[in-house]
Design a binder for this molecule. Structure first.
Ligand SMILES: [Zn+2]
Length: 435
């Protein structure tokens, strides 16, 4: 048993003083007033002076290998970015390079207080070895990982992405089975998008999610061109078309969903379909502004993601909370349309809901994944409203330590699991001959 206390424990919109977290086998057993704690528990208690315990951030959408491509095709239009950076380098990355890219992405995320990452992974080579390299990197860094194993069959993309429906289903089932007893690893199907996956592939992904009892993730209406393409091809906008296919349900989490009309937002809310929102990436690629205000009002469960490292180019959910809020304020010329408290829920609690895992809250039965924020660090001043400061003002230097499943993996600026110098060495070695 582990017991932690701090000046403040923040969860579910409440800042509790004089409380402790009681942890057993990587899970939170109790959030309990100090006065009610038994003497034996008090004896081994760890106290974080001037600290705030908060749920670790959940990154609900990422492509880890893309971190290696930072700076290679920035400031280009989407198709140039896709063809001259993404597709070009995706063809040459070895399993070892993919591991390096993931180590790099996950190391940066850890330094920003992220405790769970969902990696939407599609360089599968018709097998699971590469996905295993990503999972291995997450476990080496110490993060909880959700492998959104991609189902892809559009023949315009590199061959390495593509599988038949049969191959994709068999491989995803096998990977799910392989890791089903690992408490830090979760596998779910991810039909790439309406342009990257055929209708048969999308239907197979939805069916697989029901069979495995998981969520399934899919890119939806990221660019305006995509909406027009689906409308021309199927006579309906993307979300309406997914509804017609029968896959718009509470297992689906749509990534991006930038270009939706009112009726599509209503449909998502009615079907309890989630949204993984990636504001920095949408801005970086010039995609547009997702209708967060309307979606919040409709009751859509919105989580946040950083997306790949070469369309952001940072790896921080704190950054995404800030961007998500600011973008709505400026869009409506109204600073009251978003609140820091809702942004925090999107960055933590809703990530858990959209990944289908007991994470993102400090509550009994939830995973013991949390950050210790330093309330005496400069960017957290003044101390009157620590939550607002965390969302709008904090710098990574305010993150004192990070725990996943009760294990400390980051402290005082240092990754405790994999030396940062080793990650830098690997990244430089992998990318040094690239142009
Ligand atoms: Zn993506």
């Amino acid at each position: 048993m582990q017991v932690f206390t701090a000046d403040m424990i923040y969860s579910d919109g409440q800042a509790l003083a004089d409380h402790a977290l009681v942890i057993h086998e990587g899970k939170i057993e109790q959030v309990i007033p100090l006065a009610a704690l038994e003497d034996t528990a008090k004896a081994g208690m760890v106290r974080f002076e001037n600290g705030m315990l908060a749920p670790g951030f959940v990154n609900s959408h990422n492509h880890s290998f893309q971190s290696l491509l930072k700076g290679f095709c920035d400031d280009q239009d989407f198709f140039t970015w896709r063809d001259q950076a993404l597709y070009k380098y995706a063809q040459i990355l070895s399993r070892d390079d993919l591991y390096t890219g993931a180590l790099f992405a996950f190391g940066e995320m850890l330094k920003c207080g992220i405790t769970t990452v969902c990696d939407f992974f599609y360089i599968n080579d018709q097998a699971n070895d590469n996905a295993r390299a990503i999972i291995e990197a997450a476990l080496d860094v110490g993060l909880r990982v959700v492998m959104a194993r991609t189902l892809y069959d559009w023949d315009g993309a590199p061959k390495r992405f593509r599988e038949t429906v049969h191959q994709a289903v068999e491989n995803t089932v096998a990977l799910h089975r392989e890791f089903q007893d690992d408490p830090l690893v979760h596998v779910l199907p991810a039909p790439h998008s309406l342009h990257g996956a055929s209708i048969d592939m999308i239907l197979a992904g939805a069916e697989l999610a029901a069979q495995l009892d998981t969520k399934f993730h899919m890119h939806v209406a990221e660019g305006q061109y995509e909406r027009q393409m689906i409308e021309e091809k199927h006579g309906k906008p993307p979300v309406a078309f997914l509804d017609e296919l029968g896959v718009l349900n509470d297992r689906l989490v749509g990534i991006h969903c930038v270009w939706l009309d009112d009726s599509e937002i209503e449909r998502m809310a009615a079907r309890k379909t989630g949204l993984s929102y990636n504001p920095s990436s949408n801005m970086f690629l010039g995609d547009g502004i997702t209708r967060i205000k309307e979606m919040l009002e409709a009751g859509v469960c919105i989580s946040l993601g950083t997306d790949g490292g070469c369309s952001n180019n940072r790896a921080s959910i704190i950054e995404e909370m800030r961007m998500a809020s600011m973008l709505q304020k400026v869009k409506f010329c109204d600073s009251t349309v978003t609140r820091a408290e809702d942004m925090f829920e999107m960055g933590a609690t809703n990530g858990g809901l959209n990944l289908g895992l007991p994470i993102g809250r400090l509550a009994p039965g939830y995973c013991a994944d949390f950050t210790v924020m330093d309330l005496n660090e400069l960017s957290m001043q003044p101390r009157q409203n620590a939550l607002k400061n965390l969302v709008y003002a904090s710098q990574p230097s305010a993150i004192r330590s990070v725990y996943v499943a009760g294990e400390k993996i980051f402290e005082q600026g240092q990754i405790l699991t994999v030396p940062e110098a080793e990650i830098v060495r690997r990244v430089q070695l992998t990318t040094r001959d690239w142009t």
